[in-house]
Ligand binder design. Structure first.
Ligand code: SAH
Length: 589
């Protein structure tokens, strides 16, 4: 089975299907690593599945729209009804299969051109049943001629359908070019057939007696020539397509856009690669930056080159087989500084999850790296000790500037007493062009104060501040001054790093200062390990609060004079909130 780029979602509606779901998951593991089991909340315990969802139809539609292959362990009719509203839209259709809960039937429903039948075969083999394949070409020839493996694309799906109908009607075909996946297929072959399956990077002429399949075997390289450098927006990709056309090459045969490393960060290049839907890679250039030389350096497969004169601005290398973009030159490095949220996977933002799944390297404090996992075998995990933040930031830039895709993890939000500032500080002080060329992104997360506040109600409903009580990186006198001002200003205060073995007395001192300004009945919220196993939420008052109730895994929220605790009538649940309006001696509402 061809390797899928997006791992499938195996969807179940009850615990009864869990065992079959796990068998399906391991059946598809080698071809689609990262397949996850999604369970309906309330019917399946969140802890038993990888992803919990609240509503089936909506969840299936989201998966379908994002191009995620779906294996639903429920009635085919349910699946069809759920995705039906999206079917009219043309465009990429992911494989969608229904599998009986007990594993007795495997029914490919949609995605004939994206490998649904191959998936059905694989799953059915693992469940020891026969897949319900209904595609006639597939039945007759044993594989879908219109679904070539990764690295190949059809020139025209419509022409492909016509061609297969002709074969089904009794026509024979030749096969020209290298199509190893067709070797075992029972095609009606004849050397002298009028029809031909042609595997070639050259553009299809439009002839109706051929099925043209393009290997992604062409690398296009551009140099530093002014005309190309000046091309903005559509300019560059049009220029490349035009050059390909002039040489008879099919746009679908393009595998990679290669550029000199000196142009990393040039937005015109990324726009062109996006428009061509191919990856952008770089080769470290020497003085000449001649694209033919770049190709020679970056492409390790045998190839022949076509260029546009002397000196060349644009050159094409044609390899004898599909080119794996990951093997050509190197990527522009990327560093994503992400926040995991407090702990629970459902509180991690999707952009952070995406950065983790794209990362080649994951860096961070051991505990958080574990929290962010599990990782695939091809991802490198670098766990380090908490104290070496600047060293870790520099390590991240070193990896990223060599073309790696690095995810740096923090708990909560990366910009709140965490790695984002360390990363920017490292960049600020490095004055290094290679570090500056790294694509840097900072992905926010749910910070501990926000997660704790939400558990308690809305204690941060009015003005508040976040303070770290750690004097590791700032003098204690600064902390005291800030505490005094914040307490006097009647701000709600969220204390991070409230106490540790190395800082045993600081919290008591801080509370002493706060008590000078705030009454004994001031509401205090303590959140420990919020969003993690053993989470504990406690409400108390400033008078009762003792530093023994607090440890380094605790978030301390000290209410303002307006913060209230109440229990709605006839309930035992207590809620804390700070009203959005204000009332005090010199401000009457
Ligand atoms: N970047 C993190 C904060 C790191 S400082 C964030 O935005 O949340 C570490 C402090 O955050 C801890 O000492 C504790 O006070 C607080 N903290 C982090 N995770 C927490 C959690 N799950 N529950 C309660 N407090 C937490």
């Amino acid at each position: 089975m061809a390797r899928m780029t997006t791992p499938p979602a195996i969807v179940i509606l009850g615990v009864g299907a869990l065992a079959t779901a796990r068998r399906v998951q391991s059946a598809v593991q080698s071809a689609c690593p990262g397949a996850s089991v999604h369970g309906l909340q309330g019917r399946v315990a969140d802890a038993d599945v990888d992803v919990a969802f609240a509503e089936l139809a909506e969840h299936l539609r989201e998966l379908y729209a994002s191009g995620t292959p779906i294996v639903a362990l429920c009635a085919a009719g349910i699946v069809i009804r759920c995705v039906a509203p999206l079917l009219a839209n043309k465009g990429g259709e992911p494989p969608v299969l229904a599998v009986a809960e007990d594993g007795s039937a495997v029914v490919p429903l949609l995605g004939g051109l994206s490998g649904v039948n191959a998936m059905a075969r694989e799953i059915a083999a693992a469940l020891d049943v026969k897949p319900a394949i209904t595609t006639s070409g597939e039945l007759r020839f044993g594989a879908c001629v219109l679904n070539p493996p990764d690295g190949y694309t059809l020139a025209s799906i419509d022409q492909g359908k016509r061609f297969v109908s002709d074969l089904l009607a009794g026509e024979a075909t030749r096969v020209e070019g290298d199509a190893p996946w067709l070797d075992d297929v029972q095609l009606p072959r004849a050397e002298d057939a009028r029809r031909a399956i042609r595997v070639t990077p050259l553009a299809w002429s439009g002839a109706t007696d051929e099925l043209v399949i393009h290997p992604r075997s062409v690398v296009v390289a551009i140099g530093e020539a002014l005309e190309v450098r000046d091309a903005r927006d559509e300019g560059l990709h049009e220029h490349i397509l035009e050059a390909a056309r002039e040489r008879g090459l099919a746009a679908q045969a393009l595998a990679v856009l290669l550029a000199p490393a000196a142009r990393i960060g040039d937005p015109a290049l990324q726009q062109a690669a996006d428009a061509l839907q191919i990856p952008l890679r770089f080769a470290d250039d020497d003085a000449s930056s001649d694209p033919v030389r770049l190709l020679g350096k970056a492409l390790r497969m045998p190839h022949k080159t076509l260029d546009d004169g002397n000196p060349a601005q644009i050159a094409f290398a044609i390899a004898h087989a599909p080119v794996d973009p990951a093997t050509v030159g190197r990527a522009r490095g990327k560093l994503s500084v992400i926040g995991l949220g407090p702990g629970d996977a459902s509180l991690m933002v999707p952009a952070a999850r995406a950065a983790l799944s794209h990362a080649t390297d994951i860096l961070g404090y051991e505990t958080y790296v574990k929290m962010a996992g599990p990782f695939r075998a091809d991802q490198h995990v670098h766990g380090t000790d908490n104290r070496e933040e600047m060293q870790r930031a520099r390590h991240a830039f070193e990896l990223a500037s060599a073309g790696r895709h690095v995810a740096m993890v923090s708990s909560g939000d990366p910009g709140v007493f965490a790695m984002a500032a360390a990363v920017l500080e490292a960049l600020d002080h490095a004055h290094d062009a290679a570090w500056a060329a790294v694509e840097l992104e900072i992905v926010p997360g749910v910070s501990a104060a926000l997660a704790t506040a939400a558990q308690a109600g809305a204690p941060l409903g009015h003005d508040f501040c976040m303070l770290s009580l750690s004097d590791n990186l700032k003098p204690w006198s600064v902390i005291e001054t800030r505490l005094r001002h914040a307490a006097e200003a009647d701000l709600v205060m969220a204390f991070y790093n409230p106490i540790s073995r190395a800082r045993p007395w600081q919290l008591d001192k801080a509370l002493e200062i706060v008590r000078d300004f705030r009454g004994p009945s001031t509401v205090v919220v303590l959140g420990r390990d919020i969003g993690r196993p053993g989470a504990a939420l406690k409400t108390t008052t400033l008078a009762e609060l003792k530093s023994a109730d607090v440890d380094m895994r605790t978030m301390v929220i000290i209410g303002s004079s307006m913060t209230r605790a109440f229990r709605p009538a006839n309930t035992s649940r207590e809620w804390i909130y700070t009203p959005r309006w204000y009332k005090c001696a010199d401000f009457n509402v």
